[in-house]
Each structure stands twice: as structure tokens, then as C-alpha cells.
Ligand binder design. Structure first.
Ligand code: UDP
Length: 382
């Protein structure tokens, strides 16, 4: 226990006084998922977001502690909760509940030791929302996944316990009754982390997990119609093996269709920067789609089906094109010359800047703190 208290004292600085004043520096605990370290070395959309958000919050002068998987690094103080990472067991309840229960214990001990937090910002899954009213401070929860029949039921029942933030308007519009969306805040991206490239290679690019909803098989069909080479990159996660083996792998010939596996670091950036376009032939309500913004930061246009957030992220004719089917996606490849790489990047820089995103979250934190102080108890139904 004394080790725990020592780590709390190391992560936190003394409290900043009473909750008054709009500019008061906040003490924020950011709870990342337990599966992979922040920042991710390759696949990891949520971890990428958490990393950039911490960067933005620290840049604004807030006192931020990141509770995350072991091996995490951040501009914030970092406290790992579990002993191991679990990249191949994403969603396993035994690790998620251990992670959240350990976080709650640590946050409670911090408060008892005089280093209490003002707000907890959760990105970790479902357990934290379900258990939010066991905390003495408000929980802000970013919705990283889509609302489907299962998740809608969960949020209808438990969403009132937290302050919910959606990452796109289309995601927010699908929230079930009872799950009030406090704000829509897009994911952050720092364009400075990505190289702008004006002269492109002929290949088309698809990047993502090998899930049918992301459409790597449709990307193959589009590239074939367009007569362009295609590069695929992304992990085959547990449960995706048979789809990958039957619908993707047979087309990989190392020439017209290349599969690079999971990519990270400089090779991921170069892959995005050199591509003629990123293809998003999705078949689900994409809640955000980090890959689109990463491509745009490199001046690489995105050709997407207009589902979920793609119609918010892609500005037709400016940073990409919205098309209805494979044939039109192949035809759009012919018109890529109409997109200016600089404007493409500027569209991402303006909308997803990490400090602006962090500012919008700080506003949500302050409102949640004010509500918890003056309004009904956190556990009360609206
Ligand atoms: N990614 C990566 N390496 C890969 C495949 C994906 O680093 O081989 C990254 C990708 O660049 C993005 C994230 O994983 O940052 C995927 O996020 P996105 O929102 O596009 O998809 P989802 O979260 O739905 O899987």
C-alpha cells in the first residue's frame, strides 16, 4: 500500500484549491484501455487519441495523470495499472474489470492522500461507465465505438452515470434514448507528426484491422477496376482469420495487391504519404475513422462510402470524394488530380488540432464538475 501511495504522490501535484474560476487548472485522470501501451507502436486508434489528448491537455497547463497499460509513455504523468499488456485479448472482461477496479482504487487512495482528481476521462470500454457512480468525481466518457443493438442497450441503461462525448455527429445521432450526449468532439491529430507529400506513387492504400466492415476485399475489387496497385496494411485480429484467409489473402500476389501486415512508426507515415489515395469502402457506421485524417495530414485524398462519420470527415472535392459503390470508387481514382495536397492537409490541421480538441474537452470537464457539485448526484437518472 505504501508503494501505491508513493506512486500517487509521484504522479500528482498538490491540489489547486476550491473549484472556482473558469481558468482554474484542473487535475485530470485519463483512463486508457488496458490492451496496448500509449502511444501504440502500430495498430491502436484509441491509444493514439489518448496520447494526443494528453499532449493537448498538458499544453494547456492542466495537471494530467494517464492510467494506462504498462509500457505507456506520455507528456502526462503515467501510472500503469496491470502487470501485462493484452493486445490479443482486446475486450476480455477479466482484464477490463481488473484495470478499472485498480484505477478506482488508485483514484480513491489519491483523494485520501490529498491528491484528489477533479474529473476522470475514460476511454477504456464499458466497465468504467457502468461503475462511474462509484467514483466521487465525475466521469467523462468518450464513445469510441458505434451504437449497435448491444451497445445501445448498454448506454440506455448506464449512460446516465457518465458525461458522454461522441466523436462524430453521425455517432451522436444514433444514441439511444436515455444516453444524453453532452458534446460532439472529433478525435485529435497533429499534422506535424505526418509528412506532407505532393508527388504520389501510383498505389492505392487501405489501412485497418482485417474486419469485413472495413472492406479490404472491396478495396481489392476497386483497385482491380481502376487498374491500380493496392497496398493493404493492418492486423488480423482474433476472429478475423477466416475472412482474411478466404476473401483477402487469395488476391495478395505481391505485385498488384501487396499485404504488409501491421505497420507502425516511420513506415506507416511513408505509406500514407506516398499513396495516391486512401480507400474507405466501409460497410458500417464508422464512428470516426482515424486513418482518414492521417491520410489527409499527408496530403493524401480519401475516397469513401458515405457511411457514419466519413461524410463529416471527407469534404467532397477538397480532401477526398464520397462515392456510392465500387464502380464509382474506381472512377473517382481517375479524378484524384483535382485534389490539392496542401488543401487536403490544411483541412485536417484546422479541424483536429490537439490543443483545440483538448480545449473543448476542458469545457466538458468543467460543466461535468459544475453539475456534480450543484446538480443531482452522479448516480441519479436524468
Ligand atoms: N494502424 C496502424 N497500423 C496498422 C493498421 C492500423 O498503426 O497496420 C492505425 C491507424 O493508422 C489508425 C488506427 O490504427 O491510427 C486505426 O484507427 P481507425 O479509427 O481508423 O480504426 P478502428 O479504431 O475502427 O480500428
Amino acid at each position: 500500500m505504501s508503494q501505491l501511495l508513493a506512486s500517487i504522490a509521484g504522479a500528482a501535484t498538490p491540489g489547486q484549491g476550491p473549484l472556482t474560476g473558469r481558468d482554474r487548472r484542473l487535475r485530470i485522470a485519463v483512463l486508457a484501455p488496458p490492451w496496448i501501451p500509449v502511444p501504440p507502436s502500430a495498430y491502436g486508434g484509441i491509444e493514439e487519441v489518448v496520447d494526443l489528448l494528453c499532449r493537448g491537455l498538458v499544453a494547456l497547463g492542466h495537471d494530467v495523470t494517464l492510467l494506462a497499460a504498462p509500457g505507456s509513455r506520455s507528456h502526462a504523468a503515467v501510472h500503469p495499472l496491470l502487470e501485462d499488456v493484452h493486445p490479443d485479448e482486446i475486450g476480455a472482461s477479466i482484464y477490463e474489470s481488473d484495470h478499472v477496479a485498480s484505477a478506482w482504487e488508485w483514484i480513491e487512495l489519491a483523494a485520501r492522500g490529498g491528491h484528489g482528481f477533479d474529473v476522470v476521462h475514460d476511454h477504456s470500454g464499458f466497465t468504467a461507465v457502468a461503475m462511474a457512480d462509484r467514483l466521487r468525481v465525475p466521469l467523462v466518457h468518450t464513445l469510441h465505438g458505434p451504437f449497435d443493438a448491444r451497445t445501445a442497450r448498454f448506454y440506455a441503461r448506464h449512460g446516465h452515470r457518465a458525461t458522454l462525448v461522441a466523436i462524430s455527429r453521425s455517432q451522436a445521432a444514433r444514441a439511444p434514448a436515455g444516453a444524453r450526449i453532452a458534446a460532439v468532439i472529433p478525435n485529435p491529430l497533429d499534422v506535424a507528426d505526418w509528412p506532407l507529400r505532393v508527388r504520389k506513387q501510383p498505389y492505392l492504400l487501405w489501412v485497418g484491422r482485417m474486419d469485413p466492415v472495413k472492406g479490404p476485399d472491396r478495396a481489392i475489387a476497386v483497385a482491380r477496376r481502376a487498374g491500380r496497385p493496392l497496398i493493404l496494411a493492418g492486423p488480423v485480429q482474433p476472429g478475423q482469420e477466416s475472412y482474411f484467409r478466404s476473401l483477402v489473402l487469395p488476391h495478395v500476389d505481391g505485385r498488384r495487391v501487396r499485404y504488409l501486415g501491421e505497420v507502425g512508426g516511420a513506415s506507416r507515415r511513408e505509406l500514407f504519404a506516398d499513396a495516391s489515395a486512401l480507400l474507405m469502402p466501409i460497410s458500417w457506421e464508422e464512428p470516426f475513422g482515424m486513418v482518414m485524417v492521417e491520410a489527409m495530414a499527408c496530403g493524401t485524398p480519401v475516397i469513401a462510402y458515405p457511411r457514419g462519420a466519413t461524410a463529416e470527415v471527407v469534404i467532397d472535392g477538397v480532401n477526398g470524394m464520397l462515392v456510392a459503390d465500387e464502380q464509382r470508387m474506381a472512377e473517382a481514382v481517375e479524378r484524384l488530380g483535382e485534389i490539392d495536397a496542401g488543401r487536403c492537409r490544411a483541412s485536417a490541421a484546422a479541424r483536429y488540432d490537439p490543443v483545440s480538441v483538448a480545449q473543448r474537452y476542458v469545457q466538458v470537464y468543467r460543466e461535468a464538475i459544475a453539475r456534480a457539485a450543484g446538480g443531482p448526484g452522479l448516480g441519479a437518472r436524468p
